[in-house]
Ligand binder design. Structure first.
Ligand code: GDP
Length: 472
């Protein structure tokens, strides 16, 4: 009805248009952004969304090639619990102090930047783990250039190692393997390389394309070589940014501090952030009163790939929220207020995630080329079989990707990955955990459960053909 009024057309025409694209709606029903686009276009209107997309449009003037300079890579360490993520991050942080940079890294602010002997820099996200990585990605942030996947050489490639690899791959982030704990007498790095090879991750010294480094995070052995390999990967990515523009980036974490008010750690992705800038992050904003680096030193500016702890926001934005520097306080306040309204009205998401029922319609509209699926099942054999069969459903128009497949219950981590990658989840003889079910509902992730493999394949196939009758 609102849309009909805005366009000045009879509401029945809007309903009829919705029906013609396969959406049954009532007069008071809310439409998702994509549907509004299509319907409005049908009546000759263009839509404009007063949300993140608009702000993006305000701020993201294309940088000219000559204004771009190299920026340090941003690296996340992921892997199975106890395989050494924290130890590696601690070693790098401490070793860098020894390397003699002014002031030690005294506080954990969520990210830190280290300088190698030759002056090259790397920024590490200090919140290790693929869960945090993907949760941020689900909010729109792309805060990692390279993932270090750490595997303990006295153990095996574990389920969480596989998850970490798949989360990094789903994000299109290149991987460097760190095979850890080689100081241990029972360490067997070759076994790890073999297990990786069995998953089609062949390391370089065995003729593959993945760099790997044997390390001891505890003793520091091999860590320098690991940094070299990360920087080599960074060179291939040719990471650049324009320091001479208003800053944009992501929120890494934020809290309310008794003495200082709201403090947020941000990572600058492009531009330079200055004290005094007006920052808009999610539904919060404010003038940067003071900034600190990871060495607890007061700073006045933070350039590309630099982390900064900022004071002055009027609330605590969420990890993964994108931040922008705005021209005026008024502008920041207006957008923050509008976003808050939108959130209240529509829930957190402004666009709907993919469901199996949607696929046929999206294909018909013609903007759908990739179907991302996560497969969970009760036994290895069926997970493999189902994954392979789904990939084989790929057609010339639509590529089916299995982002992650594993044995076990559908977990929160699966939901987050689906939300970040616009994927659907197929469970075979398994169910989601309570927490996963709740998260799926909140995020709008479609979970399909089957007890017969054939049914799962057939339903996806029908959906791709646009023949699936919507679930009632
Ligand atoms: P995380 O759970 O992945 O963060 O793993 P931690 O860094 O907490 O390490 C788990 C345990 O393994 C700790 O007791 C570490 O001291 C130990 N550890 C980590 N790296 C090494 C290593 O290179 N050699 C040895 N011997 N022990 C290590």
């Amino acid at each position: 009805n609102d849309l009909a009024v805005m366009m000045n057309v009879p509401v029945n025409n809007v309903i009829a248009t919705c029906m013609s694209i396969g959406i049954m709606v009532s007069i008071n029903q809310r439409l998702d952004a994509e549907t509004i686009n299509i319907v409005a276009e049908e009546f000759g209107y263009k839509t404009e969304y007063v949300s993140a997309e608009v702000v993006e449009a305000i701020n993201v003037e294309e940088d000219r090639e000559e204004d771009l300079t190299h920026r340090p890579p941003i690296v996340t360490v992921m892997g199975h619990v106890d395989h050494g993520k924290t130890s590696l991050l601690d070693y790098i942080r401490n070793a860098n102090v020894i390397a003699g940079e002014a002031g030690g890294i005294t506080q954990h602010i969520g990210a830190y930047n280290v300088k190698l002997d030759d002056g090259r820099r790397i920024t590490f996200l200090d919140t290790p783990g693929h869960e945090a990585f993907t949760a941020m990605r689900a909010r729109g942030a792309k805060v990692t250039d390279i993932a270090i996947i750490i595997v303990a050489a006295d153990d095996n490639v574990m389920p969480q190692t596989v998850e970490a690899i798949n989360h990094a791959s789903a994000a299109g982030v290149p991987i460097v393997f760190a095979i850890n704990k080689i100081d241990k007498p029972n360490a067997n790095p070759d076994k790890i390389k073999e297990e990786l090879a069995n998953m089609n991750y062949l390391v370089e010294e065995w003729g593959g394309k993945y760099q790997s480094q044997e390390i001891s995070a505890k003793k520091g052995q091999g860590v320098h070589e690991l940094m070299e390999k990360v920087l080599l990967e960074a060179e291939l990515l040719d990471l650049k940014a324009n320091p001479d523009r208003r800053a944009t980036g992501s929120v890494i974490e934020s809290t309310l501090d008794k003495g200082r008010g709201y403090v947020a750690t941000v990572l600058v992705e492009n531009g330079t952030l200055h004290t005094g800038d007006i920052v808009l992050a999610g539904t919060h904003y404010g003038r940067v009163k003071a900034m600190f680096n990871e060495r607890n030193t007061r700073i006045d500016e933070a350039g590309p790939s630099a982390p900064a702890l900022i004071l002055g926001l009027n609330g605590a934005p969420q990890a993964g929220d994108i931040f922008h520097v705005m021209e005026s306080d008024q502008e920041a306040r207006d957008i923050a207020t509008k976003r808050e309204q939108l959130q209240r009205e529509l829930g957190l998401r402004t666009h709907k995630l993919l469901t199996l029922d949607d696929i046929g319609r999206r294909i018909a509209i013609g903007n759908f080329q990739e179907l991302n699926i996560i497969v969970k099942g009760d036994v290895d054999g069926s997970v493999e079989a189902l994954g392979d069969s789904l990939i084989k459903l790929s057609t010339e128009e639509i590529q089916v990707n299995v982002l992650h497949k594993a044995v076990g219950q559908i977990s929160e981590s699966d939901i987050t990955l689906a939300a970040a990658s616009n994927a659907i989840i197929i469970g075979f003889q398994v169910r989601p955990s309570m927490a996963a079910r709740r998260l799926a509902e909140k995020e709008g992730v479609d979970i399909r459960l089957y007890s017969i493999i054939y049914d799962a394949i057939e339903e996806v196939k029908l959906a791709m053909e646009g023949m699936l009758s919507p679930e009632i």
